[in-house]
Design a protein around this ligand. Structure first.
Ligand SMILES: [Zn+2]
Length: 176
């Protein structure tokens, strides 16, 4: 299988910033690089948007995935909300008939258990460019809320990043 891993944001675009200054772009880069090596250890090919803190446009991301003819597009993000109590993981897909719909459901329930965070479920959106412009089944994972200080405190830890990557990897390995 050839996976496209898109680590959200980067460079001048930090994404969401936690109360104590943690950048979403850095957290998803850390998690994503662990996930990349786990998938490669299982003999899958992985193409990524970036492997460092560089900015790339949204069209660059989907163009690259389409050019490499990847089988699945997975975009990693941390969520953010003005109410700092908000918590939970959610996964976005383009529509209900997405070939990743059931995988998205599994990622929600597995991450929710592993991170002890609410399962906000699978959501549908036509407005995310990475879901709309990718030629292959795509999903956007919002791991948890970096705006919540409990999450921000742990999400820079290697153990947290490893747990997230391991759960997503194990779910992806069930794809055919
Ligand atoms: Zn984001």
């Amino acid at each position: 299988m050839k996976f496209y891993l898109d680590f959200g944001h980067g460079g001048k675009d930090s994404g969401a910033v936690g109360f104590n200054g943690t950048f979403e772009s850095n957290v998803v880069l850390k998690i994503g690089l662990i996930l990349k090596s786990m998938l490669e250890d299982n003999n899958h090919t992985v193409i990524t948007t970036r492997c460092d803190n560089t900015y790339y446009s949204l069209s660059y991301r989907t163009n690259k995935a389409n050019k490499y003819n990847c089988d699945y597009f997975i975009s990693l993000h941390m969520n953010s909300f003005s109410n700092r109590n908000a918590r939970g993981c959610e996964v976005w897909v383009y529509d209900k008939s997405s070939r990743l719909y059931n995988t998205a459901k599994s990622i929600c329930s597995n991450l929710s258990k592993a991170l002890n965070t609410p399962n906000r479920g699978v959501k549908i959106s036509k407005s995310f460019a990475v879901l709309r412009k990718s030629n292959m089944p795509a999903m956007l994972v919002e791991i948890d809320f970096i705006s919540n200080s409990l999450v921000e405190d742990v999400c820079s830890n290697y153990d947290y990043c490893y747990t997230v990557a391991e759960n997503i990897c194990n779910t992806l390995l069930n794809l055919d």
